[in-house]
Design a protein around this ligand. Sequence first.
Ligand SMILES: Nc1ncnc2c1ncn2[C@@H]1O[C@H](COP(=O)(O)OP(=O)(O)OP(=O)(O)O)[C@@H](O)[C@H]1O
Ligand SMILES: [Mg+2]
Length: 434
Amino acid sequence: MLVIIIKFYMPKDFFDDSQKISRELSSSETEKKKINPKDIFNQFLLNKRIFKNKEALSSSFVPTEILHRDAEIEVISNILAPSLLLERISNLLIYGFSGTGKSLVTRYVAQNLASLALDKNVNVMPIYINCRLENNDTEYRLISNLCTVFGVKVPVSGLSVNQLYKRLVSNVDIEDKYLILILDEIEKLIQNAGDGVLYSLLRLNESMKHAKISIIGISNNTDLKASLDQRVKSSLSPVELVFKPYNAIEIENILQTRTKDSFYTDALDESVIKKCAALAAQEHGDVRKALNLLRVAGETTQQSGRVKVLEEDLDKATDILEQNITEEMIKSMTKQGKSILYSIIVTARSKRMGKVYSGEVYDAYIKISDKYGLKRLTFRRISDLIADMDYNSLIMSRVKSNGRYGRTRELNIAFSPALLMKVEEILRNDLKSG
Ligand SMILES: Nc1ncnc2c1ncn2[C@@H]1O[C@H](COP(=O)(O)OP(=O)(O)OP(=O)(O)O)[C@@H](O)[C@H]1O
Ligand SMILES: [Mg+2]
């Protein structure tokens, strides 16, 4: 263990540095002064600090400033405002690509609403739930988690979902109250539990005398509403808000503010932020990715014992992140997922890496699934899996409502050529290995 720690913190030029220090010492009058390792370590810490606060680059960190989202903050605030008079508000569906600030902005507005409601002594409760986490994509778990918010103890299993709803209502509907349920990554809930859960939640309004409930759903699947059952759609009747991708200049401004909290002033070359912003702008304005890139670039610099993050560190970070994330993700995919991704790649290759359409991928998938003895999935299921790949940035897709296949998805491969070769190899081997 000790060896690992020493190795990790030991920069390549460690011996060079220590030799330099000892040479300086021996040539000075303090020739007889003993070398104290702590002095060397302290010097190292002084020299090599790059991060002021690395946490400030993580997704859970709440930034001091939210730039370029005033219009969205205004729309959401206007929709939520009547809840302060306990007047009914619209349900809301928020869409947008990954890393465009949907979760951040929604939580920010909700926090402001909650704190104002507290000041004014109004019973408005925004409740934030991420459907991807803590099994919140099952109806049982989601409703039991809501019950716990109101102090109702619920067994992990054993009750019927109806009993859970009853317990929830009897603990919520005791006074005038407005629950604003923020369901982040709502597509996970719908995929796993079906959309009936939204209907059941909104139907509670009919059985409650005092309390009201509205839903804010957040998703990066712009197709979400179309996929809902008619009955659910009409009870939800949502206002829809799309978060447009940030452009390179906007990302640059955002990174400037985020790096003030996270990096020491001189540790980051201005050109690095510019380049990182340009890269993220190509990735449909994904600020999360940009922040991750800066973090890994900083770590790369630190490990090499230098004090300033340069563009080359960013290039290295791009490779590291792209490769790590992709390989991990692909290895954890099901065989069906792998065969679909392989079908996308094969189709794109046959079109010299041009755009491909979901219908063409389906044709290729039929052949590939037969070749590897897989049960054929329906076109609908394949579309869901493709949406998941988009969500995980393995591909980029956009729904188009014309073309040979009617409503179809236009797909683009998101890998660099070198990574693409590696991905193809992993997929081929995994599919072959049965
Ligand atoms: N305008 C902004 N100012 C400062 N930081 C931002 C801004 N927009 C996004 N971020 C940061 O970028 C990261 C991603 O934002 P967020 O999690 O809100 O994206 P998202 O749209 O919810 O993405 P996903 O669909 O993947 O959940 C977070 O660290 C967030 O703090
Ligand atoms: Mg989010």
